[in-house]
Ligand binder design. Structure first.
Ligand code: AMP
Length: 457
């Protein structure tokens, strides 16, 4: 006997079940609708990339690269040489891959700015908890080739609108900061290092290392001792240059104009090295825990150049899909139901089964969605299945109908029925479906046994 065991998805991952499809589709479609409405083209990059793509962009000293990467080991060793041989990782975020794709496909020759969006799973080996997973989904929006500060505000506003469309904007706030640029950041690094140096012993081992390599990363360490020291750390905003300050002023003024509620948060550095100037996150006003943002992003004006491309200012954001879904559920937001099939074809008997096949194929060719379950023979079972599928109409073909080449078209909502010729089904059904809601009906308990149903015919 095979050993019995409890099968579970890997720690920190989850299945998306059919019962959640309406919710996921609602979020995805809302993002897609806004993104394409504002001229963003869809870009999907592979789930795994060369390690360099991410380590170069995110930074070797970050938590993501140091502790949270999933490496891809291939079972079959291919005869490959070069960088990608043993160095593939599951993508922990989308921006670096977008930058790789921008360069690979020569997008700098496209009209600028290039606006892209994506929707897919990301992977980080974090400690799982509510709203924090090892595989999680992000919807991302990126604008490459634009340094205008109003673009920053408009991108944040787009996120704000998406949250509004989803019905969850109330009670949210944007935390925002400016990270400065390569001109002013070195001065801040020095100030920060000088502040931490006397407290070196109190830092966690990783931060002791970061202090020499990349002191800015001390600000996003999650260890308690480091968090405590962060409270009195000098603020980046006090060190930024006039050009960065002016850029930030216009971002904030534009946000005021757009009616976005924000909070200046000097400690917001986010977990990636590539950020310059504007960085932001959106969270619930009453939720001050770090790690609870619904999404965030920022400028990465130096990243394209760092990858060997032309200097190309850029900005992006990523929306955490599971966090958005948790908020939708916490707030009990009504989700539009999925469209149901157009008709369920019920067959009774061998001859009817053949006619049913034929019909399902014909209806499908005409763009109608016809369901059937040829493995089931009883009327009652098939009616129940039709009811559960949420369709408005069923077509019933029994022995008699199969012989007469007719079918019974039953309106499941009004409990009425009519006999029509099989040759006219497409026309009649199209007519009956006109102007009728295609939303899935709530199932009703159908109380029909075969005899009483045949009698009522
Ligand atoms: P980041 O890529 O770190 O800028 O994150 C952008 C957004 O993705 C966050 O604000 C979260 O909403 C979401 N996110 C990041 N990491 C996780 C995770 N481990 N689990 C679930 N959502 C996450």
């Amino acid at each position: 006997m095979p050993e019995k065991r409890d099968w579970r998805s890997p720690r920190g991952t989850h299945d998306i079940l059919p019962e959640n499809e309406a919710l996921w589709r609602y979020v995805r479609d809302t993002i897609a609708h806004r993104a394409s409405g504002f001229g963003y083209g869809r870009l999907e990059t592979p789930i795994f990339e060369e390690r360099d793509v991410f380590s170069k962009a995110i930074g070797e000293a970050t938590d993501i690269i140091q502790k949270e990467m999933f490496e891809v080991r291939r079972a079959i060793e291919e005869k490959e040489t070069g960088a990608d041989r043993d160095n593939l990782i599951l993508r922990p975020e989308g921006t670096a891959a977008v930058v790789r794709a921008y360069l690979e496909h020569g997008m700098h020759t496209w009209p600028q700015p290039v606006k892209l969006w994506y929707f897919g799973p990301m992977f980080r080996a974090e400690r799982p908890q509510r709203g924090r997973y090892r595989q999680f989904w992000q919807g991302g929006l990126e604008i490459l080739g634009d340094d205008d500060p109003t673009t920053d505000a408009l991108l944040i506003y787009l996120f704000w609108q998406i949250l509004g469309d989803l019905g969850i904007r109330e009670g949210l706030i944007v935390d925002i900061n400016s990270m400065g640029c390569p001109t002013c950041r070195p001065k801040y690094r020095k100030t920060l290092t000088a502040y931490y140096q006397p407290h070196q012993e109190k830092l966690c081992p990783a931060c002791q290392n970061r202090l020499t390599k990349n002191p800015l990363r001390l600000l996003d360490c999650k260890e308690e001792a480091c968090q405590n020291l962060k409270k009195d750390a000098p603020q980046l905003f006090d060190s930024i240059c006039t050009a960065c300050r002016e850029h930030f002023r216009i971002v904030l003024e534009s946000l005021d104009e757009l009616g976005v509620v924000y909070n200046l948060k000097a400690t917001l550095v986010r977990g990636f090295d590539y950020y310059t100037r504007t960085t932001f996150e959106i969270r619930a006003i009453d939720d001050t825990r770090s790690q609870n943002a619904l999404g965030g992003g920022g400028r990465y004006d130096g990243l394209l150049e760092q990858f060997g491309g032309k200097a190309t200012p850029a900005i992006g954001l990523a929306i955490g899909i599971e966090r958005v879904i948790l908020r939708l559920q916490d707030l009990n937001i009504a989700i539009p139901s999925l469209p149901a099939g157009d008709v369920f074809v019920i067959q009774l008997g061998e001859r009817a089964k053949k006619a049913c096949f034929n019909l399902v194929a014909r209806l499908g060719d005409q763009g109608l969605s016809a369901l059937c379950q040829p493995g089931k023979d009883s009327l009652k079972t098939q009616l129940r299945l039709a009811d559960r599928a949420g369709v408005r109409f069923t077509l019933i073909i029994g022995q008699r109908e199969a012989l007469d080449e007719t079918a019974i078209l039953r309106n499941m909502v009004e409990a009425t029925q009519e006999t029509i010729m099989q040759s006219e089904i497409v026309e009649v059904l199209t007519e009956r479906l006109r102007g009728v809601s295609r939303a899935r009906r709530e199932p009703t308990i159908i109380d029909t046994d075969e005899e009483s149903f045949s009698e009522s015919r």
